[in-house]
Write a protein that binds this ligand. Sequence first.
Ligand SMILES: [Zn+2]
Length: 240
Amino acid sequence: MKLQYLIIMLASTFLLGNTRSAAQLTNTLPKNEFGLTIIDNGIDFGASTAQDSLKQMVAIDNYIVHLATDFVYATTKNFTHQKLYSKPKAYLRLAAAKALLAVANYLEIRGLGILIYDAYRPYSVTKTMWQIVPDDRYAANPAKGSGHNRGIAVDLTLYDLQTGLPLPMPTAFDDFTEKAHHNYMQLDSVVLTNRQLLRTAMEQQGFKALDTEWWHYYLPNATYFELLDIDFKQMKRLAK
Ligand SMILES: [Zn+2]
């Protein structure tokens, strides 16, 4: 009995200790002009990931074979007409990367691969996008931040593994017309099938769809993952 009691005491001290450090981290970090807590350095990021390994950031091309990328934000061919990224890489939290790996496996046996337009996006880029286009129909409001800043949102499409070509979808990426909405049905049957296949593949692994952007998917428990403002150069060192 005594030993059992001791074990319970030790276990609760350990658990309580962890809970305290989690709360301490959130409370000690400064808040920005919108009252948001942003992790912008390796030390705070390390403290956060130490609490839960699913918060680790991973380069998803290490995880997913045949992953293709097309970082339009690293070019001027995006809705802001400015180059927003330097040397980007597709990073996601481990929780999202694991789910996306299962998506990739489901698609691979159907002869398809994943083409990423955007994954993790540093918070300061969200601020820049908003300065250029301050309209929440097109850009995430920095007063809230984006799932991309939390490393749990991904913009993607499908491509044919044999030809390497993207599958026909309702619109190009970042087309902010009604045609990009999931409920837009006046489309070719092949396009409807492709959009639905991507949605099915993502939803069965726990991702949620966004009504207005067929390419955007996110994990539902977004706020559990802190907003990050760590650039790609530093993320390369911090990611697993
Ligand atoms: Zn997105």
